[in-house]
Design a binder for this molecule. Structure first.
Ligand code: SIN
Ligand code: CO
Length: 383
């Protein structure tokens, strides 16, 4: 497997991923922006789309932040230069942008987040900062001058008077100017500052990783919803205590055993994590197919060459157990057995599965029914 631009994925993961920045010139040769500045502004006026405007000097106040949705008139009130419009989750709304994610499958689906777009006129930036996550910054239109370097953390000094976390007294180590098709990879915590040199659109391919807090609270919530969670602690072997006020070591060991047995069960961890990590960011995007298709109609369309495509807001992953495969789709789990197990890896490999690859599965009544359900619930669509 290769990265855009040709580096072997193994080499990238070994030498750069979570370790050091990498500039990839012409990762996407002939790149044109899949969206225009006007289209980004249009999306930023939509209720369902998460968007922000950052103004470097807003009537004397530094780095001011405005959250969308915006009135169309807002864009005519902005300064000539030194501002940025950010649109989050662009891949959810623009299938051509979702297709870009297919070039980043050298990282598992559950680590990929979404693609954010920024538009800035000359001088525009979001200020020097660092992020918690890995990011590929792909230049889609115009030119951006990136200065980057230095590992930062929460102790770094910040600009006052802004809701944004802007680094003060920060000097980058390296400066590069990216042209359309060039890409910069940054690991978490590396300070960076990208300034538009002309009318500039940058796409940030963002990753995610749960915090320990997310994992512990998520998994314990899941365990609390298991059927046995309402059972009470029992002690038919209770011994008469020397002091009724004492909590005995026996009790503590019993609690430890009860908690550890549940918390360390790999099957439960896998079933929970699959559901947790595929929970959609934007559940409102997963809308039932209208009109619903019958299983026969789905079979015919697949046999006729239609491809099966993920809803742009959907997340797919699977886990192989010894004797079965769990398919996770948007926080739901489907257990596949026998020959059906191959459907998990097939549907999760990328956002589009050719009809010819899947038509055989659809002939099986149970699997045809599952594929049909995934379409009718809105997780997949026929293309
Ligand atoms: C931008 O595209 O302007 C900002 C992206 C980033 O620095 O993370
Ligand atoms: Co950043």
């Amino acid at each position: 497997m290769k990265l855009p631009g040709g580096m072997a994925a193994d080499e990238f993961l070994r030498n750069y991923w979570q370790k050091k920045p990498l500039v990839i010139r012409q990762a996407f040769p002939g790149m044109g922006s899949p969206v225009s500045a006007d289209e980004l502004a249009g999306l930023a006026c939509e209720e369902a789309v998460e968007s922000r405007i950052v103004i470097e000097n807003d009537k004397g106040k530094p780095w001011q932040l405005y959250n969308g949705p915006f009135d169309p008139e807002r864009f005519s009130q902005l300064p000539e230069s030194h501002w940025t419009l950010l649109v989050q989750g662009l891949d959810h709304w623009v299938p051509d942008v979702a297709d870009l994610l297919e070039h980043f499958r050298f990282v598992p689906n559950w680590r990929l987040d979404d693609i954010m777009a920024s538009y800035a006129p000359i001088g525009g930036s979001v200020g020097p900062h660092f992020d918690q996550y890995d990011v590929f910054l792909l230049q889609a239109q115009g030119h951006r001058r990136w200065t980057f370097g230095g590992q930062c953390d929460e102790t770094a000094s910040r600009v006052e008077g802004t809701p944004l976390r802007i680094l003060s007294d920060w000097q980058g180590a390296e400066t590069v100017t990216l042209a359309p098709g060039d890409m910069l990879y940054l690991p978490p915590g590396i300070g960076h500052h990208g300034v538009a040199e002309d009318d500039c659109i940058t796409l940030s391919v963002g990753f995610r990783a749960p915090t320990i807090d997310d994992l512990l609270t998520g998994f314990s919530d899941y365990l609390c919803n298991q059927p046995d969670a309402g059972a009470h602690l029992s002690d038919p072997d209770l011994q008469c205590p020397d002091n009724p006020g004492a909590i005995s070591t026996d009790v503590i060991l019993r609690l430890q055993e009860l908690i550890a047995r549940r918390m360390t069960d790999p099957r439960q961890i896998a079933l929970w994590f699959g559901q947790f990590s595929t929970a959609p960011k934007n559940p409102d995007m997963i809308v039932p197919a209208e009109p619903a298709l019958t299983a026969d109609e789905t079979r015919e369309q697949l046999a006729g060459g239609a491809a099966l495509r993920w809803n742009e807001g959907s997340r797919f992953a699977y886990h192989e157990f010894d004797d079965e495969t769990a398919l996770f789709v948007d926080g739901e789990q489907f257990i596949l057995r026998g020959e059906a197990r191959a459907l998990g890896p097939l549907l999760c490999r990328g956002n589009r599965t050719q009809g010819s690859a899947i038509a055989g599965f659809a002939q099986d009544p149970a699997l045809g029914g599952l594929i049909n359900t995934l379409i009718n619930q809105g997780h997949l669509y026929l293309e």
